[in-house]
Design a protein around this ligand. Sequence first.
Ligand SMILES: [Zn+2]
Length: 393
Amino acid sequence: MTRFFAWLAGLLAALAAAQTPSRPPRAVTDEEVRRVHRSALLIDTHNDVAGLTLRGFDIGAHNAKGHTDLARLKQGGVGAVFFAVYVPASAVQENRSAHRALEAFDSVRRDIAARYPRDFALALSAADIEAARRAGRIAVLMGVEGGHAIEDSLRLLRSYYDLGARYLTLTHVNSNNWADSSGDENQPGAKRHHGLTAFGREVIAEMNRLGMIADVSHVSDKTFWDVLAVSRAPVFASHSSCRALANMPRNLSDEMIVALARQGGVVQINFGCEFLSQKSVDTSPWTNPELAARARASRQQALELQARMTRATLADVVAHIRHVTELAGVEAVGIGTDFDGVSCVPMGLEDYSKMPALTRALLEDGFSAEQIAMIYGGNTLRLMRAVERAANR
Ligand SMILES: [Zn+2]
């Protein structure tokens, strides 16, 4: 029944939101943008640049093809980044999941945090993020992406916590031995369990005990509901947006957003075009099945299709933030860019250096400085503190 009421509440909120007349943009000065942007602690809960540093990219150098480097993080006034310790699905077949996870941990710790100690500071808690900010450094955090990284071992899960992981994305595009992914729903041969298995529930319990956030980005809808039912602490979607605006399985439905928010959770808006705009979903070789088949045929074809897809815009990001705010409250939304993990980024928000443009757009849309501070980092800090309090180590 509760799920029905959550759905009903979500539907009513969405109807109310749809009837809100569009406001003319508020006039905003450059000085106000600077002041509001500087006063907010901007936390990005998902970045994939460790995939590049792992292969030798120097975060202090210009990232010509990507979105993340030290100069642009500073230009954008970024306060903290969760770097993904990403383990591709292919590592399972190669029996190298833990190997790959350990190498990615080393890259974040050594090639990012330790290599530029005046600019970055390793952070393991909400308090650490605030301390890094006071010291004028960018806080470096880690989240493991892909539950197969633990190789079905709570001992590995605990070891990853000890290395600094503060969240685990329960699946990647592949279902693992204990949780279903949104990525292989209709794939023949995919190992699926209808949500979380009994061991999957043990994984969540151990994450709660450790003080590690359960990340529901990438999981199937049934897994999402199972996680919400068993987790003692709030959970988040580290890099997902709203299905109501861009209908694809990686995004959350209104019903899911309302339920997540009710437990203190946060939807961290993903900046990938396909996560933001229905036109991008329809024209992308990643989300349009017909185009995907053509893209698989040749790499050249894939690149051509990619170049021709409809890009999202800065306004789309504002629309997603507005949607979650009207549906579930401003305390339910945050930022999880997926920079260097997505190939198409919005016009006007191409990399971290453009973040002040988002601040301007949010102010113009009527968000207050206090609300922007919550969206940019306050909500994530609140969630982290709740997860830390629920821990029982
Ligand atoms: Zn991802």
